[in-house]
Design a protein around this ligand. Structure first.
Ligand code: HEC
Length: 91
């Protein structure tokens, strides 16, 4: 439930139903008169470590990333998401 509705934008929207990651957006830039395709990708998170998950959800620095902050999630909720992601990683 938390993966789909973490009291904020759903993780599944960016990382996909199975947490295997997906392309969020595609755009072109022009360099030396050449059109180059760029992609914004939400990575596969089905094999992430608990530490990495926590660091990503509670970033220390106030830097701007595409990945939103979820600093309001409790320790138990992060653990629940972690266990859910692990179950996806096994498939
Ligand atoms: C708006 C799209 C978006 C949403 C919503 C989102 N993410 Fe992300 N996430 C990203 C992107 C893009 C990255 C890659 C790093 C970056 O560019 O910020 C990322 C990175 C991560 C990483 C680090 C992966 C790595 O290998 O470094 C984890 C873990 C993660 N997200 C978990 C989650 C969880 C759990 C949720 C829901 C609570 C969530 N994300 C919601 C877009 C999103």
């Amino acid at each position: 439930m938390l993966y789909h509705n973490p009291r904020g934008i759903s993780c599944a929207k960016c990382h996909g139903e199975n947490a295997k990651g997906k392309i969020i957006a595609k755009y072109y830039i022009t360099k030396n008169n050449k059109k180059i395709l760029k992609k914004i990708i939400a990575p596969n998170i089905s094999n992430i470590t608990f530490e990495k998950l926590k660091k990503t959800l509670f970033p220390k620095k106030d830097i701007l990333t595409i990945m939103p902050k979820y600093s309001y999630l409790t320790e138990n909720e992060v653990e629940a998401i972690y266990l859910y992601l692990k179950s996806k990683g096994k498939k």
